[in-house]
Design a binder for this molecule. Sequence first.
Ligand code: SF4
Ligand code: SF4
Length: 363
Amino acid sequence: MTAPTASSYPTTPSLRSLPLVTLYLTERCNSRCISCDYWQHGRADMTPEFVSRLLPSLAQLGTRTILISGGEPLIHPQWALIAEQLRASGLRLWLLTSGLSLAKHAVRAAQLFESITVSLDGSNRNTYAAIRGLDAFDKVCAGIRATAEAGVTPSVRVTVQRANYREMAGFVELARRSGARQVSFLAADVSNPHAFGRMAGFAADVALGPLDLPHLERILATMERAHAKDFLSGFIAESPQKLRRILQYYAAICGVGAYPPTRCNAPEFSAVIAADGHVNPCFFIPGPATAQVDGGLVTALNSEPMAALRTDIRERRRPECTRCVCSMWRDLDPAAAPDWSPAALTRPPHTRAALTLPLSDGL
Ligand code: SF4
Ligand code: SF4
């Protein structure tokens, strides 16, 4: 792969177009994941009034798709009202959920969201409970089925970590049994203190250790043979080569190899807005303290500190980018007529231009 150079990005530091915006509807969560601090510290909720004030900026920036995330967005008491507001403005919606209350909300969610991704980190009750801290495996699977029956077939995202990597093939079968349209695998981000709302150092035993690496290598090789059709059809979202980046990532965490190369221009076409109104260039790098939606989204994006932060990212001066588990790349040439619909963003890599968000890297 040829590493991107600063000249391969737009040269202007000001951002006039933002086709994709992530809204963290709430910091709160009803899961208890060992890799995450949101459920312990999260308090803030986004209000419908806040979203109303945001709409003119989204129109000005030509935003097409909103990824609704959190925390767990479906525990926000007004999630449907906010989704209606966004839909009424012509925005296309994509939901990222833990699925705990999806069965209850399946019909309304299927009406409001064009695409739904369920984060599922155990292929059975025990693993699910060990990672998520709750006995809710059956509930989540019921949510996937209910949503598919209501008209939107969800995809499943698996964060691969020490407690579940031996179940990777099992997740493929589970996704099929549950009626999902796709399963996607991502390494757990264990090196970034800003991911998952972590307040203190990340101490949980999530990363694969040196003794796990040969096992994962064998599992990936077996999957490549046994699930060749699933790779080909896109039911497994990543290619076998992309899945091997998970092995490479954990090998680097163990100090026995380099991190897989990343290529990312996410902050040039998207932004993440937290429940308290803080604007961030991506999931992993916090925006400057002054970048608040209340002062205007366009102003926040084009403030001097935010533009300087984007320049640092563009010129590969941020250490988070070297270790990122979901770097993203999009061709921003208007002539390429990029498709920013949720369906295009979640389509398997070999059937579209390279971007899967936030499920895998953009390589
Ligand atoms: S990782 Fe996601 S589902 Fe788990 S506690 Fe954090 S916000 Fe909730
Ligand atoms: S590589 Fe990762 S950390 Fe860096 S800008 Fe992209 S998403 Fe953010």
